[in-house]
Design a protein around this ligand. Structure first.
Ligand code: NAD
Length: 296
């Protein structure tokens, strides 16, 4: 039976580091600030946004939650981003994805000051990640996966890693992080057009699933003794559950756990890491800005 990689525990360690770093910054007169912009009323987005703001409060970070109606125009969202870019009390800005269909998400992301882009989605930060330039911001979910892998003591050097999913939010940055110097994995990225996905996945010493399809990765996708990181968060109907649904990952947990050597659960695996790494990125943004101010 696989060892369970406890995301709640590792996230708590990251948040304890954050608390110490915040105390240090506050002693220098800097309170890191995060602005979270929500456009519309998507229920999952509301949950995520509230969790981010709550986490800021618990750590003593300044936060601002800006809610725009589901009918908001592109110009209105851009205006909010421009105001936040100028706001000295705000070091990190994120616009919760997905916005309503009338909003062009890509141009909103490009309007965010790259030095405040704590989601790491601005082209400048994407380039910095590809260049292995540590000055940039790494997207929070793959950064959280890397931290989990490290905390669990898993050797990535020379390992065969397979990442299933090629999104800009998870799959692609995850692949870049795994192949970067220091991680040194041999990386394959699989996606919706991959032929014989199960055979590709079976090559993996380290399998990262970021597909968005409930329990798609079955035991026959997994090599005996592989490490499995499940990024998926899917709602599946469950009349027995209080809310009428339960959360599950992209991995068929029970059967895969019998074959893997280590696995992340859902919930309680990658999920808590994402928000912890967002706090880290916000602190990094505040530190960079205060260092730039000293240099001025
Ligand atoms: P996405 O829909 O943008 O990308 C999914 C990827 O999976 C695509 O690249 C696609 O090519 C690939 N894919 C789709 N069907 C496939 C198939 N049949 N076989 C192989 N590949 C296939 O999703 P995303 O934003 O990358 O998110 C992936 C999952 O991770 C979702 O369940 C999402 O909810 C979850 N997620 C979790 C966190 C977290 O904090 N834990 C954060 C972001 C996303």
């Amino acid at each position: 039976m696989a060892r369970i990689i406890d995301g709640k525990k590792v996230a708590a360690d990251v948040l304890a580091e954050c608390a110490a770093e915040i105390a240090e910054l506050k002693a220098q007169g800097v309170t890191p600030g995060l602005a979270v912009v929500l456009v519309g009323e998507d229920p999952a987005s509301q949950v995520y946004v509230n969790a981010k703001v709550r986490q800021c409060g618990e750590l003593g970070l300044h936060s601002e939650k800006i809610v725009l109606s589901a009918q908001a125009t592109q110009a209105e969202v851009l205006e909010v981003v421009r105001r936040l870019n100028q706001d000295e009390s705000i070091h990190g800005i994120l616009v919760q994805s997905p916005p309503p269909p009338q909003i062009d998400e890509e141009s909103i992301v490009r309007a965010i000051d790259p030095g405040k882009d704590v989601d790491g989605f601005h082209p400048e930060n994407v380039a910095r990640l590809a260049l292995e330039d540590e000055d940039g911001f790494v997207p929070c979910t793959p950064a959280g996966c890397m931290r989990l892998i490290e905390a669990a003591g898993i050797e990535t050097r020379g390992a065969e890693a397979v990442v299933v999913g090629r999104s800009m939010i998870v799959g692609k940055p995850m692949a870049l992080l795994l192949m970067a110097r220091g991680s040194d994995a041999t990386v394959t990225v699989a996606h919706s057009r991959t032929k014989d996905l199960a055979a590709v996945c079976r090559r993996a010493d380290l399998l990262v699933a970021a597909v968005g399809i409930a329990e798609m990765i079955k035991a026959d996708f997994v090599k005996e003794g592989a490490v499995v990181i499940d990024v998926g968060i899917n709602r599946v109907d469950d009349p027995a559950a209080k809310r009428g649904y339960r959360l599950c990952g992209d991995v068929a947990y029970e059967e895969v756990a019998r074959k893997a050597s280590a696995i992340t659960p859902v919930p309680g695996g990658v999920g808590p890491m994402t928000i912890a790494m967002l706090m880290k990125n916000t602190i990094k943004a505040a530190r960079k800005r205060s260092m730039a101010a000293v240099g001025r």
